[in-house]
Design a protein around this ligand. Structure first.
Ligand SMILES: Nc1ncnc2c1ncn2[C@@H]1O[C@H](COP(=O)(O)OP(=O)(O)OP(=O)(O)O)[C@@H](O)[C@H]1O
Length: 250
């Protein structure tokens, strides 16, 4: 039987009287690639902010492997293995790609001692950083200033710095946004590769990417879950069609 790695119940976030996230339940299975989709303003980003602890919930519970993580700060949640992809703005543009990953690995050593004790030592830092760059197709770019990388490579670097923290559950925030076709194909392949041995939850607007990549999909609209299932199941759901296109099309 598949194990639930992330269990969310009744997750709610109010801004004044407005509920941006309203009683959301999620069950994310170990090892799956799960998409959170929905029209603009549906509450996807707020949901991610609640999962990572960057925003406190108004109510509801979040359990990671059965342990309650709601109410913990971002660092402690990351320590327990749930990490969100760094935003490009958090990549240091004047560092090389290699030094960005080295830095992230050092951060990981601070937050995940067991991982380091078992896998790495200080002398292994360069090898580990090069290994991650290699995994993400960035070895030829190791000595390039991060600020000079093309957009798609920057997103790959962002994933590399996140993987440096060795997350069990990786949250990816619109990993293909702003990319051209070629970069989308490359990043999609990368996500499939890095998903081996971990669980991935992604917010993604590009529906063909979701269809190609994600085993299960949860659809949010106006802060609530309106459908869940495989891509084909939710794409055929009249509530989803209505949420995306308006009532006339449903
Ligand atoms: N800090 C805030 N204060 C007030 N309202 C907020 C705040 N953050 C988000 N909202 C509102 O909550 C709703 C959900 O926003 P959210 O960004 O989570 O949606 P989303 O599904 O990620 O949208 P998009 O796809 O456009 O990024 C929106 O109506 C937004 O205006």
């Amino acid at each position: 039987m598949t194990q639930t790695v992330l269990e969310v119940r009744g997750l709610t976030r109010r801004f004044g009287a407005f509920k941006a996230v309203d009683g959301v339940d999620l069950d994310i299975a170990e090892g799956e690639i799960h998409a959170l989709i929905g029209p603009n303003g549906a509450g996807k980003t707020t949901c991610f902010n609640l999962l990572t602890g960057s925003l406190p919930a108004s109510s509801g519970t979040i359990r990671l492997r059965g342990e309650t993580i709601s109410g913990l700060g971002m660092d402690r949640i990351a320590q327990r293995g749930l990490v969100r992809s760094y935003q490009i703005s958090s990549i240091f543009p004047d560092f090389t790609a290699l030094n960005n990953v080295r830095f992230a690995l050092q951060q990981g050593r601070r937050t995940n001692f067991d991982f380091w004790r078992s896998e790495l030592s200080l002398t292994g830092l360069n090898d580990a950083a090069m290994g991650l760059l290699d995994d993400l197709g960035l070895s030829d770019w190791a000595e390039v200033r991060a600020g000079d990388l093309p957009y798609g490579r920057k997103r790959a670097l962002e994933i590399a710095t996140t993987l440096a923290l060795d997350p069990q559950v990786l949250l990816l925030d619109e990993p293909t946004s702003g990319m051209g076709r070629e970069d989308i194909g490359r990043v999609t392949d990368l996500i499939r590769k890095v998903a081996a041995g971990r669980t991935v939850v992604m917010v993604e607007h590009n529906l063909p990417v979701v269809k190609g990549l994600c085993e299960r999909v949860t659809v949010l609209a106006r802060g609530q879950v309106i459908a869940r299932g495989t891509y084909d199941e939710v794409a055929g759901d009249p509530r989803v069609v209505e949420a995306y296109l308006g009532k006339a099309h449903a």
